[in-house]
Design a protein around this ligand. Sequence first.
Ligand code: SAM
Length: 290
Amino acid sequence: MATLGNPQNTIAVLQKYKFNFQKKFGQNFLIDTHVLEKIISAAGVREEDFVLEIGPGIGTMTQYLCEHAREVAAVEIDKNLIPILQDTLSIYGNVQIIQQDILKMDINRLVQEKNQGKSIKVVANLPYYITTPIIMGLFESHVPIESITIMVQKEVADRMQVGPGTKDYGALSLAVQYYAKPEIVAHVPPNCFMPRPKVGSAVIRLTKHKQPPVQVVQERQMFALIRASFNQRRKTLVNGLNNAPDIFYSKEEIVQALEEMGLPPNVRGETLTLEQFARLSNLLGMTHTE
Ligand code: SAM
């Protein structure tokens, strides 16, 4: 089986198996060897690594991963791709093809069984329709992870990287930055994929923090505050929190906490840093919880 990372070989495989692209699965296969090499090098895959690939497609990037890593687990939802993967990856003894929905998979168990619970690397050209749940699922389920190197929609990569004062800043920026250090490593135009996506793409590496950069007593509460403040962007933080069904502090309590932080009562959530959300959560946590 020839290496896949170019249009001719990809077309040959697709024709051999009469494969039909499924839009609902966000299928845009990479057909550019430079981009593939860039992803592998940005991920820093080494021969001792266990790598989880989400959505291997026809196995284009998987081949590269198998060449560089100790072991690869490739999780693909589309049943029709499994026989193709078995063919394109047949020469590799270090890959496990798993037919599963990544959002329903117990990744912690996989890491226990395959890597003795030690940190793994995640590398993927993600299906764009579920980028956020995949990333948040990996972080919130506390899977032992060293880094996540992924192709995502360009706007989503921007959102993960920015700080307060920009239009892209939001709940995703804060969540990602709480768990990891984000770095955009490449911009990738639509012509590097088959079929071409309608949007630009970017490769972003999220290097997991060993310790969160801020001290927060109730992580869940901080994220509830963050979600509530960005759900109603045009409202002040106090009104946003007051209207949220899962936040039970009174306006007075919120205003008092803001005052202690040196912030005015009409401050907007989008101007607060991660440190300030952590402080607000800690201060409110001391007033009372319901
Ligand atoms: N890695 C391949 C490449 O770069 O050419 C394919 C990338 S394509 C953007 C996304 C892949 O994720 C598709 O193969 C799609 O079938 C798969 N996928 C979509 N939803 C999934 C899910 N919930 N769980 C696992 N794989 C999924």
